[in-house]
Design a protein around this ligand. Structure first.
Ligand code: ZN
Length: 512
């Protein structure tokens, strides 16, 4: 018999949802969204209609012109093997304004000429948030002939960018940050500010992955789930807080070097760089395997803040051993001042709902979701995937990683985990579904996260631990810094086991 407190918590969690975003409120508009299931076409005539109200940026300058493409500077041999982003940002915390100078060096790592560029600009999805001041080629030549689409710019090139050539872009812009709720997405999202934090996620224009033979990997935003796909890139970020009178704390994807009031960050082969600022953060830290684990929480949630830090550190140590070494110097867990959470490279947000409801002890959603987000450092950051079309590759593996945490670190919580995280919801649905599930968020979560974890449990049982764990380790080693597909996963599986997995595929996968 569960004690009364557990019954109360359980009743609450019947109303709570968990996903990445690990939400603690029910989405208000789980409307189906049509997927752009194919990469963005390189032919502009096939591009989506521009400037629909859903995502218009009211302050950006003129869009397409009728003029032919302006001369593209001669591409050069790439200095870097992967894209490089240099960002210099000045934040006025209390005015909610960010001014940014950005330089992108983009090498064509594909084996074919690239006829045009695509620049993802997530902040431009929010009305009145993104103000483009200047966009130019690397040597300063103005770029006049881009087309503004929903959430991105399309930039034609006069000369295709050949394999192993690179091009530079300079972008100057301001962000007039939105309040997180209500958001453009109709659900809580990390981007923007609250009365006690400002979150800068997907805050800079970036170039999506280019797939040889297919084109740019760009998807429509869904009503739930994540639609962005990130190529590994190097980041050099310089941040200045213009209000130096108030003590402000920055949580970021990487450790800072502070000099003359500027915070300098470097991050290599990362999916993204995110940061969060608050005048109220309490910071706590520990170390595991020489990695600094940093916790940022609000004062009222001290006990939960320490528990989130502890669970993150334990999980980091476990996954280091199981999946391979975490490549960064730090990992930050940040209390999100909204009812959602999200993983990013080197940092994740954990919903305040989990902090507020923390009961003590590891058999708790705060712990389960903290270790889930920690696992995303392998299944999302190191080994990336198409989050829109094959979300199970990161979400099922991260959910199953929760099971491994309880099994190995807190076995007394394992029954709780199976009961309240998985079986209560009686999960069903195809594991290989996309984020564009017309049945809504719950069906999506049950299929991808929960049924996905059941698939991995069945797979482990079939293969045996002697093959299952080497498979996961090899999958991580082989595909780190890359973007995988389910084909990659199953091809590697074939190298590790001769077992007939057809019954499992029939049970869990629609298209295998
Ligand atoms: Zn997740």
């Amino acid at each position: 018999m569960k004690p009364p407190a557990s019954i109360l918590r359980f009743a609450l969690f019947v109303l709570l949802l968990t996903a990445c975003g690990e939400q603690t409120s029910i989405p208000t508009s789980p409307n189906p969204v049509t997927a752009s299931a194919t990469p963005f076409p390189s032919d502009p005539t096939l591009a989506p209609v521009t400037d629909e109200p859903i995502a218009k940026s009211t302050t950006a300058p003129a869009t397409a012109t009728a003029s032919p493409p302006s001369p593209t500077p001669s591409p050069t041999q790439p200095i870097n093997e992967i894209p490089h982003y240099e960002l210099t940002a000045e934040l006025d915390y209390y005015q909610h304004r960010l001014s940014v100078e950005e330089r992108i060096t983009y090498p064509n790592n594909s084996s074919e000429p690239i006829p045009d560029l695509v620049l993802i600009i997530e902040p431009a999805r929010y009305p009145g948030v993104f103000q483009l001041n200047r966009i130019a080629w690397g040597a300063g030549e103005a770029m006049l002939d881009y087309t503004r689409e929903i959430g991105y710019l399309h930039i034609p090139l006069e000369q295709p960018l050949g394999p192993d050539e690179s091009v530079e872009l300079i972008i100057s812009y301001d962000l007039f940050l939105p309040s997180p709720s209500p958001s453009y997405y109709g659900r809580p999202v990390p981007f923007g500010y609250s009365s006690r934090q400002t979150n800068l996620v997907d805050w800079y224009p970036f170039i999506p992955p280019y797939v040889t033979g297919q084109g740019w990997l760009v998807h429509d935003a869904g009503s739930f789930g994540e639609h962005l796909v990130y190529e590994s890139a190097d980041f050099e970020v310089n941040i200045h807080l213009s209000d130096s009178q108030t003590p402000l704390v920055i949580a970021a994807s990487a450790p800072a070097r502070v000099e003359d009031g500027w915070h300098h960050y470097k991050m290599e082969a990362a999916r993204n760089f995110v940061w969060s600022v608050s005048d109220q953060y309490v910071m706590t830290t520990t170390t595991v395997d020489s990695i600094a684990v940093l916790g940022y929480y609000f004062a009222a949630n001290a006990r939960a803040g320490e528990a989130a830090l502890q669970a993150t550190a334990e999980a980091l140590g476990l996954y280091n051993a199981l999946y391979g070494p975490y490549p960064r110097q730090s990992l930050s867990v940040v209390e999100a001042d909204f009812l959602d959470g999200m993983e990013y490279d080197g940092l994740f947000f954990l919903s305040k709902g989990f902090y507020n409801l923390y009961s003590g002890g590891p058999a708790d959603y705060l712990t389960a979701i903290a270790v889930h987000e920690t696992a995303h450092q392998w299944w999302y950051s190191a080994v990336a995937n198409d989050q829109a079309l094959e979300p199970w590759l990161d979400e099922a593996l991260s959910t199953y990683s929760e099971r491994l945490y309880y099994e190995r670190i807190h076995p007394q919580g394992l029954d709780w985990w199976w009961t309240y995280r998985i079986h209560y919801y009686q999960p069903r649905g195809w594991v290989d579904g996309s984020i564009y599930n017309p049945e809504g968020y719950l069906a999506y979560r049950d299929a991808i996260y929960l049924n996905g974890a059941l698939f991995l449990e069945d797979l482990r049982e079939l293969l045996g631990d002697e093959s299952f764990f080497p498979l996961l380790r090899s999958y991580s080693d082989k595909y780190t810094r890359q973007i995988v597909t389910a084909d990659n996963f199953f091809a590697l599986l074939g190298d590790f086991s001769q077992e007939d997995i057809t019954p499992l595929l029939d049970k869990y996968f629609q298209h295998r």
